[in-house]
Design a protein around this ligand. Structure first.
Ligand code: NAD
Length: 263
């Protein structure tokens, strides 16, 4: 086992259960030697997170709703009280009203547009602002999760596509702001994965099957592969990579059309 993150510690935001992408990242980072703290959203998710966090040697869990500045402040105060410095933050958080993740994008409501962009994109900026002072000494890594519905039309992904476009752009702007502090800011773009958030998107099962059949590697992303990419980005091996969107999707994003047998 490589210990690429030995001596590093960081915050994982967005574990809902053991199928969460954030959990795949947490497992891989723990196996690579990192010490982890977690945030969760509300008591029900907290109960599910507790045994998972314990299994990677962590008892550090804070309740955070990213739309609530006070809860973000409290989480980063608690983090700073426990650890004087951190090396990474993983932002694996997104939300849209499920009723607008199906049908025409044209019908996106103002309220859901604002809420989706707030939770799924703006929150990364609020988190970066609170995290970077804790990375002042040694630099660090901020990581977020995106999806290629940001720059291509994926039916039903709708407002989340616009939110991911904002998130990817924010990743580049934050990379430029924080580069002089030695802080790298990157996004991982997995293909469709079977998670709670993934299941909320209309036609998710078909999208999953379509990627599995058509991606150059004829396979969907796995939690292990996303976790391994996160380890690389947070480790010294990723030292010169920032402002990047790294696809972990079996190569699906390079396709111009489906494989001939599925046309
Ligand atoms: P998930 O449901 O396991 O995780 C989503 C997390 O967002 C949950 O832990 C939830 O509590 C959290 N969240 C939502 N609103 C929040 C709020 N107001 N405050 C705090 N936390 C909040 O699903 P996932 O698929 O692991 O999603 C993680 C990230 O990966 C998301 O950004 C998602 O868009 C992205 N992603 C998912 C897929 C996929 O197919 N599942 C593909 C590419 C990217």
């Amino acid at each position: 086992m490589t210990q690429a993150l030995a001596g590093k510690r960081g915050l994982i935001m967005g574990v809902a259960n053991d199928r969460s992408i954030a959990w795949g990242i947490a497992r891989a980072m723990h196996a690579a030697g990192a010490e982890l703290a977690f945030t969760y959203q509300g008591d029900a998710f907290g109960k599910r997170l507790e045994p998972l966090a314990a299994s990677v040697g962590s008892d550090f869990m804070v309740d955070v709703d990213v739309t609530d500045d006070a809860s973000l402040d409290a989480a980063f105060d608690a983090l700073a009280a426990r650890w004087p410095t951190i090396d990474f933050v993983v932002h694996a958080i997104a939300f849209s009203d499920k009723s607008e993740l199906t049908g025409r994008f044209l019908n996106t409501s103002r309220a859901n547009f604002k809420n989706s962009l707030d939770i799924s994109a703006y929150s990364f900026i609020e988190i970066a602002r609170r995290a970077h002072p804790l990375m002042a000494e040694n630099g660090g890594t901020l990581l977020t999760l995106t999806y290629q519905g940001s720059n291509r039309v994926v039916p039903n992904y709708n407002v989340m596509g616009v939110a991911k476009a904002a998130l990817e752009s924010a990743t580049r702007y934050l990379a430029n702001d924080l580069g002089p502090e030695g802080i790298r800011v990157n996004a991982i773009s997995p293909g469709p994965m079977k998670t709670l958030a993934g299941a909320a998107i209309g036609g998710a099962r078909k999208t999953y099957k379509h990627t599995d059949q058509n991606a150059p590697l004829r396979a969907n992303a796995t939690l292990e592969a996303v976790g391994g990419t996160a380890v690389y980005l947070a480790s010294d091996a990723g030292a010169c990579t920032t402002g990047e969107i790294i696809h972990v999707d079996g190569g699906y994003h390079v396709l111009g059309m489906p494989q001939p047998e599925f046309l």
